[in-house]
Design a protein around this ligand. Structure first.
Ligand code: SF4
Length: 336
């Protein structure tokens, strides 16, 4: 559904400046922004994707991945089309970079979305699959309603949202699962095609100040972000700015799309990333996309006791009692 957007500035000659993400596109009349989900019609900016759902499924929260917020809970997961990044190995390219006129979506109103999520017995709604920042108006309306109905809410995002857009959605978000894809301008340019990434970090800090539960993902990609300085930069920044209790997921890249010629990230490289995270002082570092690896599990940061045993997205065993380690009674960060 087409809807006038809530964050834009009118400029001379019927141009507009979009304020939703940090690209801040200046858009001439009859043209769309970089993400192609927002168009300038007669000097007014419209979103083309309000309520337009391309993908809908019920997933365990482990699939986001989020490991410290009600492990094993089911989430009503929805996505639309469009992205403000252009990652060459994107796993969701068909919806992130759809062709104009080939949207293949179904309109679901915010009320219908919340009602379906409640009927499914899910703990919350997750805006995921494509970049939820572009869905700002819809996620605000949906998340506000979801909170009124007692559901939790989650964004799975690249974090490139503008500060003013974030302030609008933040009061209605419980869980912020954000990528930190790299720790240099060069790598962020190669992955997301953005010039400046520090704004992503500032918003992640802000999410923490809002009281959201924050978890970070880095998809470790051979030849892109797998160097020690890059990984150490990310780990050290998380520790110093978000706190040592913030979970960091280092996930395995699989060849795809423009990066089909690469090889899957060697497990040894992921184990090195894990060791860097621990060495920098992070309490909870996880390997992702490596089924059966022991570092998919959660061990108490104080005494090392095995607390949560996972098998891919399934919780095999949960020993946490009242949010504490059963062995040393240390409070485990997150909600359980
Ligand atoms: S959401 Fe971002 S990429 Fe899309 S039009 Fe607005 S500023 Fe540009």
């Amino acid at each position: 559904m087409k809807k006038e957007t809530i964050l834009y500035e009118k400029l001379d000659n019927n141009k507009v400046r979009c304020g939703v993400c940090q690209r801040r596109c200046v858009i001439s009349e009859s043209r769309s922004g970089w993400c192609r989900t927002r168009v300038n019609e007669g000097g007014r900016l419209y979103s083309l994707i309000y309520g337009e759902v391309s993908s809908l499924s019920i997933n365990p929260i482990e699939k986001k991945p989020v490991f410290h917020f009600y492990p094993g809970s089911k989430w009503f997961s929805v996505g639309s089309v469009g992205c403000n990044f252009r990652c060459p190995g994107c796993q969701n390219w068909d919806i992130s970079h759809w062709k104009q006129g080939e949207m293949h979506t179904e309109y679901i109103s915010p009320a219908e979305l919340v009602s379906r999520a409640k009927a499914s017995g899910c703990l919350g709604i997750s805006w995921t699959f494509n970049e939820p920042v572009l869905w700002l108006e819809y996620t605000i309306d949906g998340a506000r309603l979801a909170k009124e109905e007692g559901l939790y809410t989650n964004h799975v995002t690249n974090g490139f949202i503008s500060e003013e857009a974030f302030d609008l959605i933040a009061p209605f978000l419980d869980v912020y699962r954000v990528d930190i894809k790299a720790f240099s301008e060069r790598t962020y340019m190669r992955t997301g095609h953005i010039k400046e990434f520090r704004g992503i970090l500032l918003i992640a800090e802000k999410a923490k100040r809002y009281g959201m539960h924050v978890e970070i993902v880095t998809n470790v990609t051979p030849g892109f972000n797998d160097s020690e300085p890059e990984l150490r930069g990310i780990a050290s920044w998380i520790k110093n700015h978000l706190g040592p209790d913030t979970p960091w997921h280092v996930t395995r890249f699989y060849p795809h799309l423009e990066l089909a010629h690469l090889y899957p990230t060697p497990v040894s490289v992921l184990e090195k990333a894990w060791a860097i995270g621990k060495d920098e002082g992070l309490w909870y570092v996880y390997l992702g996309n490596v089924p059966g690896h022991k570092w998919e599990n959660t061990c108490c940061h104080q005494c090392g006791a095995l607390l949560l045993e996972r098998d891919i997205f399934e919780i095999v065993k949960n020993s946490i009692q009242d949010g504490k380690c059963p062995e040393c009674h240390t409070v485990i960060p997150g909600r359980f």
